[in-house]
Design a protein around this ligand. Structure first.
Ligand code: BT5
Length: 244
């Protein structure tokens, strides 16, 4: 295995052959573990997305959760999802893949999802940054057309350890900026990489379904949409691109 190049993120790594969900596992041990501990599994039997959706996690992908104990105010915790997204975008770039962020928690390449991120936590105690990145794994038949992997894009098997260490290095770099409260650097990178800016979208969440043009991502991480009824601030939701 390549030598670890990170100081904090991945200083301790728990490798599992199989687990229901690395996020669930990480949540159980988070209080006793040092910040930066990574839980990684070869496969997940119940990998989860937001709202308990399923996350397909067969062997060959990178399924991991990082235990973080950020020293920032509660209002800044939602920005941690962007640490994951930016680190994945940078990692893919290092392997020659140009990817973009689909606010708030996806990374896409060529109109297909390659990575999903799920943050969970206990306020004032810890945040679990869960990252699922399709590397060498097969894409389940029901997701062909909407999902892709590094292997599909590059036409070759990748060294999973190399992808992991590249990702941990990038996570450390972006997370350091959060710890140093340099939020504007993080948010301007998010805006730079977010391909839905300026696009017409539909956003669905528990409260509403709105359509409009994405005008901005605010400093607090929320999405600003110009709708027929005026500007709207969106805190969370599922985004679909629409043609005007
Ligand atoms: C997400 O949810 O995208 C967050 C996924 C987080 C997965 C990681 S893996 C390590 C850690 N441990 C866990 O248990 N979870 C985290 P959401 O935005 O709700 O998207 C879920 C949707 O993505 C599903 O309903 C499918 O349509 C699609 N999907 C499922 N598996 C996929 C895959 N492997 N690749 C691409 N798309 C997938």
């Amino acid at each position: 295995m390549p030598k670890p190049k990170t100081a904090e993120i991945g200083k301790k790594i728990i490798y599992l052959q199989e687990v229901s969900s690395t996020n669930e596992y990480a949540k159980k041990i988070a209080s006793e573990m040092p910040e930066g501990t990574v839980v990684i599994a070869k496969k997940q039997t119940k990998g989860k997305g937001r709202k308990n959706r399923r996350w397909a996690s067969p062997e060959g992908g990178l399924w991991l959760s990082v235990i973080l104990k950020p020293d920032v105010e509660a209002k800044d915790i939602p920005k941690i999802v962007f640490v994951g997204a930016l680190a994945v975008v940078d990692t893919l770039a290092e392997f020659g893949i140009e990817a973009g962020i689909k606010w708030p928690n996806d990374v896409w390449v060529d109109n297909k999802k390659i990575c999903g991120i799920l943050t969970e936590g206990r306020l004032g105690e810890f945040v679990i940054l869960g990252i699922g990145l399709n590397v060498n794994n097969d894409i389940p038949s029901e997701l062909i057309g909407s999902a892709t992997s590094m292997r599909l894009l590059l036409g070759r098997e990748l060294n999973l350890d190399k992808v992991l260490w590249t990702l941990l290095g990038n996570l450390e770099r972006w997370y350091k900026l959060i710890q140093e409260r340099k939020f504007s650097i993080v948010m301007s990178a998010v805006k730079d990489k977010c391909f839905i800016l300026g696009r017409w979208v539909e956003v669905i969440n528990d409260e509403s379904k709105v359509e409009g043009e994405v005008i901005d991502i605010a400093e607090d991480g929320t999405l600003i949409i110009q709708t027929s009824k005026g500007l709207m601030k969106i805190f969370y939701g599922d985004i679909s691109l629409r043609l005007r």
